[in-house]
Ligand binder design. Structure first.
Ligand SMILES: [Zn+2]
Length: 566
């Protein structure tokens, strides 16, 4: 293994800046400038840098990587060090970058009892967890994540079940979709809701065949008459960020910034030097205070918070029946989503983003919606002509159904793609049977095409829609297996190397951070994860079982399995 000129040059420049230090003996360097050098040895390092794919040792100082190569090479370059870490053959990869997250907005959920089908697959298990939940400050028992369609019993925690457990305490179990919930009798009574209460516009209080309330509140207008979500805060953001660090994430995102309260909360949270993750944000194009806030958006940025994006939606969701599919849904009763606005509306919106210097982050699930998004980007390019800024990188979010031609067009428009690949696993069977049918579901998250045409694809979990888990997501992209074991579109499977690129160097590119993170190179940030096994060396089926041992953001340990076990 060699340290080539790419690595020596930045070190030389570093030395030129501190000529006095470089002329001295190594230990003197240590006493002057390189006061805090950590030398990492015996590591199986996957750098994601094409010029030097692997290494065994790395030295970090002042948040950055100052040398990488073999132990002898690194030692020769750094001379001395203040701390030595023996990784005993474990693996280091660049820190994972979650390109579509709701770190802040979903952070309240991280402090609630989690009864999502991802953690409690049966209603019985969910009930067991609710039983052991302590009341909050206001005396309520609150949990999040119930879904009657995903629990194996195909039933939710209805009023009768909750009443039996909690006859005297109000209970609210929020629905996984965020658009409903289950309440017990005390909770309903506290809101003055009984069998005679009329349904609010945009929601309903479910009744059984005898006209009795079941406790299920459908739609936010019905939900919020009983109980609103606890507000996210800088404190809940820390809890959510630690959950991400535990999964190897060093850069997260919040693509749902909807007002100045959220901006202030994010600013406060990320102002702490120990905040566990970097955050990349996007402001809602539909925010009521958009015109007032966007001109001062940059003033909210911190060392760990960057806001390059403005977010818009061209359609809804596949599983919700609101995605815009040019050929419609496979099961005709499932849904019939169109575009959520005219082409003209999106054209103007995207031109406005370019003119303000912001990067368009465009939600588009169905192929119809992807067309609308690409048309709008192309419109901005032709309309703005000389004023069009080609350094702006528009991002298409989700892109569950795309044609090969659309991916070619993205490459031509310099647009990149973040795929919602977890759908193949969690909702793949639903897409096969109902939303897309056997043929189209093979093209769900067409990641292989995206790699072939060089559109820097990344992937995401979109928490809380699916739980944060980059290694599981990589396994899904490689194996393309649904929950029931169906293989969906083997041709779109990618290699473990490409899966890792999606979560590191490609993701960094999409966030405009590729010069500072996404790979392990001299001069880049020391953002990395220690894994018990190398995802490029284990049989692909085992990628999902790899354990995160340590996560490091800018040289700071943000998660340690060892510490957690103690
Ligand atoms: Zn989202």
């Amino acid at each position: 293994m060699t340290i080539n000129k790419y690595y020596i040059l930045p070190l030389l420049l570093f030395c030129l800046a501190f000529v006095a230090a470089c002329n001295k003996q190594p230990n003197e360097i240590n006493n002057t400038k390189l006061t805090d050098v950590t030398l990492i040895v015996n590591a199986d390092i996957v750098t994601m840098n094409a010029h030097q794919p692997t290494a065994n040792a790395m030295a970090i100082s002042d948040e950055k990587i100052i040398a990488i190569g073999s132990e002898a090479e690194v030692l020769q370059l750094i001379g001395d060090y203040s701390q030595r870490q023996d990784l005993k053959g474990t693996t280091i990869v660049p820190g994972f970058i979650e390109t579509h997250d709701h770190l802040y907005m979903s952070s309240t959920i991280s402090i609630l009892t989690d009864v999502s089908p991802f953690s409690t697959p049966t209603l019985a298990q969910a009930i067991e967890k609710i039983k052991h939940t302590k009341p909050d400050n206001e005396g309520w028992i609150i949990a999040f994540g119930a879904d009657q369609t995903l629990y194996s019993e195909k039933k939710g925690p209805t009023r009768d079940i909750l009443d039996e457990l909690f006859p005297k305490t109000p209970v609210m179990v929020f629905h996984l979709s965020g658009h409903g919930g289950f309440a017990n009798s005390i909770a309903l009574a506290s809101a003055g809701i009984d069998e005679n209460t009329p349904n609010p516009a945009g929601g309903f209080y479910e009744k059984d065949e005898n006209g009795q309330l079941t406790g299920f509140l459908s739609g936010q207008p019905a939900l919020f008459t009983v109980k609103g979500y606890p507000n996210p805060s800088p404190d809940t953001a820390v809890t959510a960020a630690l959950m991400r660090a535990k999964k190897g994430v060093t850069t997260s995102s919040e693509l749902g910034i909807m007002n100045e309260i959220v901006l202030k909360g994010l600013q406060e949270a990320t102002s702490s030097a120990s905040f566990p993750v970097r955050v990349v944000g996007g402001y809602f194009s539909t925010a009521p205070d958009f015109e007032v806030v966007v001109p001062k958006l940059k003033s909210y940025e911190t060392k760990f918070l960057k806001i390059p994006f403005i977010k818009t939606w061209t359609d809804g969701s596949l599983q919700g029946g609101t995605a815009y599919l040019t050929e419609g849904y496979h099961a005709h009763d499932f849904g019939d989503g169109g575009a959520q606005g005219s082409q003209d509306f999106f054209n103007k919106q995207v031109v406005d983003m370019y003119e303000r210097g912001y990067w368009p982050a465009i939600h588009a699930n169905g192929n119809g919606a992807v067309d609308v998004a690409l048309n709008a980007i192309e419109y901005a390019q032709t309309t703005l002509a000389d004023k069009f800024d080609p350094s702006i990188r528009p991002q298409i979010i989700h892109a569950q159904m795309t044609t090969e031609d659309q991916i070619k067009r993205m490459a031509a428009l310099n647009a990149s793609l973040t795929f919602f690949t977890t759908h193949v696993y969690y909702w793949g069977d639903l897409h096969y049977e109902k939303t897309l049918g056997p043929k189209r579901s093979e093209r769900l998250s067409a990641m292989a095409d995206a790699f072939n045409y060089g559109v820097h694809p990344s992937m995401h979990n979109d928490p809380p829609v699916s739980p944060i888990d980059p290694l599981l997501n990589m396994w899904i992209a490689v194996k393309r297996t649904s929950k029931n074991g169906r293989i969906l579109g083997k041709e779109q499977a990618i290699s473990p190397q490409q899966a890792l690129a999606s979560y590191t160097i490609n993701a960094a590119y999409q966030f405009g951070m590729e010069k500072e993170s996404g790979s392990l190179e001299v001069g880049k940030l020391a953002d990395y994860v220690v894994l018990d096994k190398n995802p490029l060396k284990v049989p692909p089926d085992e990628i999902r079982n790899i354990t995160v041992l340590t996560t490091v953001r800018g040289g700071l340990t943000t998660y340690s399995a060892e510490y957690e076990l103690n």
